[in-house]
Design a protein around this ligand. Sequence first.
Ligand SMILES: [Ca+2]
Length: 318
Amino acid sequence: MDWLHKARSVFVLSDAAIDEYLATLFVSTLGHGPRIAGELIVNADCIADPAMVTGLKIRRALGLDIPLGLSAARGWNPFPWQYREDCIRLGQIDMLREIEIPSQSWADGDAMLRDYLQACAPGEALILCMCPPTPLTDILRAQPALATRIGGMIWMGGALNVPGNLDPATLPAAVCNPSAEWNVFWDPSSADWLFRHTDFPLLLAPLDASDPVKISAELLRTLREQAANGSKLSELAAEAYSLVADEKFYRLWDVVSALPLLDLDLFHHHDTGLEVISHGPAQGTVREHPGGRRATVLSGVRDLPQLYARVCRQFNHG
Ligand SMILES: [Ca+2]
């Protein structure tokens, strides 16, 4: 797993759920970690325009200079609208409400990702994907040689030995299978292509790793204390997580996927083969398969209090 710690830069793929904005900010606090070369937003678990506005507001509020673009990637199974509006609510928290972002044409996120891969030497690029991988697979399908630039990829996706996260309250029963995870289900054929046609190191952060990492009362209390002591990042994190703290299914899925950049040993992990079910009633499922795509999988949290402590320490910035 040398590649996790050798990378000098990382490109972030996000679909602008609340925890994803925070995961990007978490990566920005890793002093000796990779510099964020850019971030693109996919119009998946969000609504594209307000998602971009909220991303730019956060950059303005915290004085961050991280390039942000919008991907044109299209999916197959759309996210429920009630999830997608979280990016609007986030843009209206106290810290962000007054910030004006002028109407504009958004930077081309797909071109940013392609340019990043082209500018990297072989094995130099690091991808942190907290959403469906479609923007990346669209580029690699068109220019397969660019895969050689990728030294490793972390992907928040799948549910191996725990239930998936399609909620029957938000989907027709006929499509709502119990083992799919949304970042796979949105575009199962993209995930399948990634597994069949690439062989760079892959670290999968499935629901198995994030299920225990809830928005706990203790997490919110610590963030609020840090905010009261002057940390703007903690203030933003506390306000943002408070918006979804009552949603029983909400987890720090994306901060969990970013945490290995700080310390992989916060997790139990093992190497295995993986496959994607891309068609039929179980589509969107990732499962272990001995002959499948090689990956390292985060299978659980070793020490939950320690994990929360490390997250809070990183958020105790600026
Ligand atoms: Ca996501």
